[in-house]
Design a protein around this ligand. Sequence first.
Ligand SMILES: [Fe+2]
Ligand SMILES: [Fe+2]
Length: 329
Amino acid sequence: MNTIKHTGKIIIEYLERFPNLPIRTLANKIYNENNQLYKNAELVRQHIKYYKGKNGKQALKNLNNKKFVGIKTKPYRMPESQIKHVEVWKLPKANKKVLVLSDIHIPYHDVEAIQTALNEGKQQGIDTIYLNGDIMDFFMLSFHEKNPKNRPSLKNEIDMAREFFAYLRQEFPNVTIYFKPGNHEHRLERYLYLKAPELLDCEEFKLEILLGLAEFRIIYISKRVKTYLGHLLIEHGDRMKGNGGVNPARSLYMRYKRHVLAGHFHRKSEHVEKVYDGSLVTSFSTGCLCELEPEYFEVNNHCLGFAIVDMDGDNFKVRNYLIENGKLY
Ligand SMILES: [Fe+2]
Ligand SMILES: [Fe+2]
């Protein structure tokens, strides 16, 4: 590597990061942090002066990069913040009757229960389907101890998910469909973080591309986005830590303190809280549409279910359905 070019590049990088630092302070900083590269701090100072156009008229004339010329110095500035603001997204007003399905856990999906939910949606004339997380199981990407015997491969699982999306699109050709990942879909990203971080940037390994959502005109909503149906927050439910306690809907209220609907707990529950001035806050957890007694958690209180949300402006009406033996309650 050309050492002069390299040392110059380092100085430019520091000038980009600390454009307002006084020359001597910056020179000392660069020298202290890179003393293998520079003989002494004075040489670094001369180098900075060059980029700042303070080495005489001729040097200024020959200077190619004049970006740092004339920048006023200040002793300190606020460090750059790494905060990532969470995006908020509201479903359009055109989405007036929304079928919310979650925890399908393909390939452990309950075909009959899903069909019951879809039939009800069709009968009620839904205009939107909101896939609220854990649509896939991604068993093979789990970091839990697992017995891979007789389990479908990842490829099989993805093919089955595509088959499901194709079926959904065929049954509801004109309905808007959204897909938001839950903690099970997040297994893909976690797997890449830990096993193949080099692939994280590759478009081909992004969940929405792997699942081919665009092909089925399914709109992908990324995991960290806060999604609202009018005044109702719709979450998968895994943002709230824990198993939901005795009544997941009440636990949701205790954490969110607002109208909220979530899946994730595989249990149907509702909670109403009256605020002192008389207004009501409601929260809901919906049942799942998958195997009720999975091998890893056989004794549980899971039930089958889904929700249909009717919108009137920003106001909502949630019908939280329970399915038992193919019947709706
Ligand atoms: Fe789930
Ligand atoms: Fe979940």
